[in-house]
Design a protein around this ligand. Structure first.
Ligand code: PMV
Length: 317
């Protein structure tokens, strides 16, 4: 018997960065995100004598997964069984493309399917949170909100809400990052003098962004998206030791986008705990945008995605 889970990465327009409770993995700041189509984690699980995890063909150290698998099994009432996990991402893993969001959501769904217990998406969202905060959001498709202190995400706008909405992913480096977001956000919380103001100013930013999204208002949403990631990075740059995920191409892309906006493009970038730059833009500009960026910043790979569906799961007898 096998359990299957497929989920897309959750990319935040307004960022979660820092935990309210490390024990419960609840966020200090609320986030607004879009679940991407095209990119996905596909996870397959079977019962086994002991737990094991293989991602993209490589066996993984169990420490990163043991706690999560334990909580998941406890939550689903299957504590006395081992689980063999095989997961494949069709995009670079652990490089700041949110593979942990899709990976942990797909894993939570796959184990629930294997256990054969019906689990509501709200509960799966809460279970996925124990693996990674952003995985909480990947359970739902379209646009999602994960409030400060919350234990699960909620759907905000469905997958079809904004048909012309596109995300261009500019992949600057393919390799995995050196510092996990879990460690980095804790370092920011403990050491950055800007962490307090980051948390304090985030509720107003989130509510303005939700309103702008509800009106599909690029002119209002774009600058808020930019404010969110730059404030988040301010806490990283001023942490001790500082967290410098950016590469020269990351900054080159940010500056090229500033110039392209002045030339009339509606394109707003964000970044996560990695060097990649993710750009939100209207569908009818995506092609020209990629052409311009490729010309101005060579040696960057581009992928384009639209808002996608939430977690899909099934059980194979
Ligand atoms: O899901 P985590 O715990 O790895 O944290 C993700 C944090 C960011 O990607 C930087 C922001 C976000 O809201 O997704």
């Amino acid at each position: 018997m096998k359990g299957h889970g497929v989920a897309g990465p959750s990319l935040a327009l307004v960022k979660y960065w820092g935990k309210r409770s490390a024990e419960d993995n609840t966020p200090a700041t609320g986030s607004l995100a879009v679940t991407l189509g095209t990119l996905e984690s596909r996870t397959e699980v079977t019962w086994d004598d002991r737990d094991s995890v293989v991602v993209n063909g490589s066996p993984q150290p169990l420490e990163r997964f043991a706690g999560f698998l334990g909580s998941l099994k406890a939550g689903l009432g299957v504590v006395d069984r081992g689980i063999a996990v095989t997961s494949v991402n069709n995009f670079p893993t652990a490089a700041g493309l949110a593979s942990s969001s899709s990976g942990f959501a797909a894993l939570a769904g796959a184990v629930a399917a294997l256990a054969g217990v019906p689990v509501a998406p709200e509960r799966l969202s809460a279970l996925a949170r124990l693996g990674s905060g952003s995985a909480t959001r990947s359970v739902f498709g379209g646009f999602t909100v994960f409030d400060a202190g919350a234990t699960q995400a909620v759907p905000e706008q469905d997958e079809g809400f904004w048909p012309g909405f596109r995300v261009v992913l500019a992949i600057v480096r393919e390799e995995a990052k050196a510092t996990s977001s879990r460690v980095a956000m804790e370092t920011s919380r403990r050491t950055s003098p800007y962490y307090g103001p980051w948390v304090d100013t985030s509720p107003a930013l989130l509510s303005s962004a939700r309103e702008a999204l509800a009106h599909r208002d690029w002119a209002r949403l774009g600058p808020l998206v930019r404010q969110s990631y730059l404030r988040m990075f301010a806490t990283m740059f001023t942490a001790e030791p500082p967290l410098l995920y950016w590469k020269p191409e990351s900054l080159a892309l940010i500056q090229a986008l500033e110039a392209l906006r002045a030339e009339g493009f509606t394109a707003w970038e964000t970044m996560d705990a990695g060097p990649q730059v993710k750009i939100f833009c209207p569908e009818d500009q995506a092609g020209a945008l990629v052409a311009e960026l490729s010309r101005r910043v060579p040696e960057v790979r581009f992928l384009t995605a639209a808002p996608g569906p939430g977690l899909r799961t099934w059980r194979e007898p």
